[in-house]
Design a protein around this ligand. Sequence first.
Ligand SMILES: NC(=O)c1ccc[n+]([C@@H]2O[C@H](COP(=O)([O-])OP(=O)(O)OC[C@H]3O[C@@H](n4cnc5c(N)ncnc54)[C@H](O)[C@@H]3O)[C@@H](O)[C@H]2O)c1
Length: 255
Amino acid sequence: MSKEFEGKVALVTGAASPIGLGRAISNRLASHGATLVVVDLNQEKIDQAAKDLENQYGIKALGIACNVTKPEDCDNAITKVKDVFGKLDILVNNAGVLKDNLVMRMSEADFDFVMDVNCKGVFLMTKSATKLILKAESGRIVNISSVSGLTGQPGQANYSASKAAVIALTKVFAREFSGRNVLVNAVCPGFVITEMTGKLPDEVQKKLTDPAVIPLKRPGKQEEIASAVKFFCSDDASYITGTYLRVDGGAAIGM
Ligand SMILES: NC(=O)c1ccc[n+]([C@@H]2O[C@H](COP(=O)([O-])OP(=O)(O)OC[C@H]3O[C@@H](n4cnc5c(N)ncnc54)[C@H](O)[C@@H]3O)[C@@H](O)[C@H]2O)c1
């Protein structure tokens, strides 16, 4: 395996779940030699994730408990990265939540909760990270959006709006940070079975894997999302900024 990220420090938010996209992304970056800072809500769980990464890939990893909706948590996390590793080369804003309901039944609290984590969380963590990542003069930021942010999904007013906002933030960051050679892109996954989507009712999950919905006729694998993130972080993507890549088995062709 090439060690193309050796000497790079990467921070991935929402990386605690062993079957989550954040963990798969962390695994992929670690497998190419990156030092990993993994961030999630629960200290014990994220410490375990860091330990697993160290054991599996022989790299250095640090777990930090951080709620991305809290500016002081984001600042503390970045200060810790600076103290321990002295730099930050890659930021992956992956933390996210779902709280589906039809518009007529969706509470304001559920709308705000999802916008807070999925949209404001990306803004706050990126804002804190600028203190370090702009210094790298070759940094990469990858935001995890969703096809739901491109198509709009019934039952997901909050989620679709938040993920569309992530694409807008990606474009703003790409323009603002280009002078420091920090490239910013988004990945829009389709349907992947994780703790988040495992909670969806069976009939919704069945509908999501219907061949009429997904031309490739199956859910995505965590590793397939990680491949797109790895690409955006690699030298192969050195002239790409401010765009998004759908990894969705064709679910949102044309978007
Ligand atoms: N699974 C899918 O089908 C799918 C599709 C499109 C997009 N996505 C996006 O991919 C990302 C990862 O989702 P997943 O499916 O792996 O779900 P997941 O629930 O396994 O992972 C999300 C992680 O984010 C963490 N998190 C939640 N709120 C947080 C906060 N305030 N601060 C810090 N961490 C927080 C959770 O604890 C969890 O570990 C999310 O942004 C999600 O919206 C997932």
